[in-house]
Design a protein around this ligand. Structure first.
Ligand SMILES: [Zn+2]
Ligand SMILES: [Zn+2]
Length: 239
């Protein structure tokens, strides 16, 4: 899809939503111009209350999970709005791969409430390699980060981290291979001395990408790095 069409769709998303009848993303019933009808909205999956305070994976009694105990991630904490499960997974895909921006905005609206009480100095979207950006026409993390930064009233540093190397699709690779693939693939474009940074992305699975982003930010001086995503795989075995 051309960048122009994507830009027009994004800019005109609210207008289109008003002009066209809109049907619930999940059940297909008329939802009066809402992404989900009230029934499907109230049936959305919820994250378990007991999660690892570091990586946000399901964890009995909210204890630090085994993997974080064995090897502490470079980010300080991660937060998610939803588990990466039906229909959130399908909604993320529709946003990211079919440029369904209304769906993306809907998902993004859940981000502020997913944050604990943290205080942040800036918001940084997870970067997309320029080649991927050219193919897709937009960076989904940036589209999620823009309204979030406005809601938090902190600066959005849209190009503060760059992906300088195209990393092969990570899905299905063992953790060590994911880490190897990412090493040296990111570059900070500025200093972050003493800053508390909130990194935004659409999905967190193994957490390797966010870990590498956090390492890059801390090498550039960041005091604290937390991650916020729309969807988190709820267990080690789900993605
Ligand atoms: Zn519905
Ligand atoms: Zn953990």
């Amino acid at each position: 899809m051309s960048n122009l069409i994507v830009a027009l769709q994004h800019a005109g998303g609210a207008l289109w939503a008003r002009m066209l009848p809109q049907y619930c993303f999940v059940c297909g019933e008329n939802s009066a111009a809402r992404v989900l009808c009230p029934d499907c909205e109230s049936a959305l999956p919820r994250l378990a209350a007991a999660r690892c305070p570091v990586c946000a994976i399901d964890s009995p009694e909210g204890a630090v999970c085994g993997r974080c105990l064995a090897s502490r991630p470079r980010y300080d904490a991660a937060h998610a709005a939803f588990p990466y499960a039906f229909p959130i997974r399908e909604m993320v895909h529709a946003f990211k791969f079919d440029a369904r921006f209304a769906v993306g905005r809907y998902l993004g609206q859940a981000l502020p409430a997913a944050l604990a009480d943290g205080v942040f100095d800036c918001v940084v979207p997870a970067p997309l390699h320029p080649q991927r950006l050219a193919q897709r026409g937009f960076n989904q993390a940036l589209l999620l980060a823009e309204p979030l930064a406005r809601a938090l009233r902190v600066p959005l540093l849209r190009d503060a981290i760059r992906k300088t190397r195209l990393v092969p699709t990570q899905a299905g690779l063992p953790l060590e291979a994911r880490r190897r693939n990412l090493r040296g693939a990111l570059q900070a474009q500025q200093r972050f001395d003493g800053l508390r940074v909130l990194v935004v992305d659409d999905v967190m699975t193994s957490g390797t990408t966010l870990d590498e982003i956090a390492a890059t930010l801390k090498a550039a001086g960041a005091a604290r790095v937390e991650a916020l995503v729309v969807a988190r795989t709820p267990s080690r075995h789900s993605g």
